[in-house]
Write a protein that binds this ligand. Structure first.
Ligand SMILES: C[S@@+](CC[C@H](N)C(=O)[O-])C[C@H]1O[C@@H](n2cnc3c(N)ncnc32)[C@H](O)[C@@H]1O
Length: 235
């Protein structure tokens, strides 16, 4: 599965570094960094770091960061992006990380909706967290994302889990299509119940809906929150 991200790594880097990816730069990076900063962790694990830009920002803010990324293409780009930092970058999944590695915060940005076994994913992150430590993760908002992207046609049923390989562009870079990447739709109850079964409590839930001045930059108002962020605590 990770190889599916290889081809898009360079495009993603350019979209992030040019500022074309408004959602990454102006919505998620500040939100995730502020949630993590408020917890003052002594170390942080980024799961599925992609191009490494959030880990880089956290390093620049003084955090001790380990980033894991299984896709060879993404890993290569992240290695370059993080070359002037002390971020520890590993080419592996959350399932392969050494058992003795423990963190005070783990986070993943737009990863949980690409994994096939959600319970196993949550458990794999949980086993690398100290007791009472936090796991913060973002996903496309299950209630609204299908309406926004139209990935599923007539077969769409909010209450049914379904997977599709999808292609997408971002608003400010409509010519570069990222294709053949997995997208799991799952109702919110599935996320919540699997978190609870995996030993987490939910401390917070953000529905990402930018301020008007940021929405204006997209050229049109958001009809609904496109993404959401869970803040969970390991019990
Ligand atoms: C949609 S991309 C998001 C990448 C990055 N977080 C970003 O927002 O730009 C999903 C990423 O999750 C990674 N991934 C998938 N399963 C993973 C796992 N079990 N552990 C760590 N990373 C995983 C993939 O290799 C891919 O780079």
């Amino acid at each position: 599965m990770p190889h599916r991200w290889c081809n898009s790594a360079q495009i993603r880097r350019e979209q992030i570094e040019s500022g074309a990816d408004l959602t990454f730069n102006e919505v998620f990076k500040p939100l995730l960094v502020s949630r993590i900063t408020s917890l003052s962790p002594s170390n942080v694990l980024e799961v599925g770091a992609g191009t490494g830009h959030i880990s880089k920002e956290l390093f620049e803010l003084g955090f001790s960061v380990t980033a894991i990324e299984p896709s060879a293409g993404m890993y290569r780009v992240a290695k370059d992006v993080l070359s002037l930092t002390d971020v520890r970058l590993l080419n592996c999944t959350s399932f392969d990380l050494e058992k003795n590695e423990l963190y005070e915060v783990a986070f993943s940005h737009l990863v949980a909706h690409v994994v096939d076994d959600l319970t196993a994913f949550f458990e794999s992150v949980g086993q690398h967290l100290k007791a009472s430590s936090h796991f913060i993760f973002s996903i496309p908002h299950p209630c609204f994302y299908n309406e926004y992207k139209g990935f599923f046609g007539d077969e769409y049923n909010y209450m049914a889990s379904m997977i599709k390989n999808v292609s997408f562009t971002i608003t400010k870079d409509p010519l570069n299509t990222i294709s053949g990447v997995p997208y799991h739709h799952r109702p919110l109850s599935e996320y919540i119940n699997k978190l609870v079964e995996s030993g987490f409590a939910i401390d917070g839930f953000d529905e990402t809906y930018p301020e008007d001045d940021i929405q204006l930059k997209y050229g049109a108002k958001w009809e609904s929150p496109r993404y959401c962020v869970f803040t969970c605590r390991k019990l």
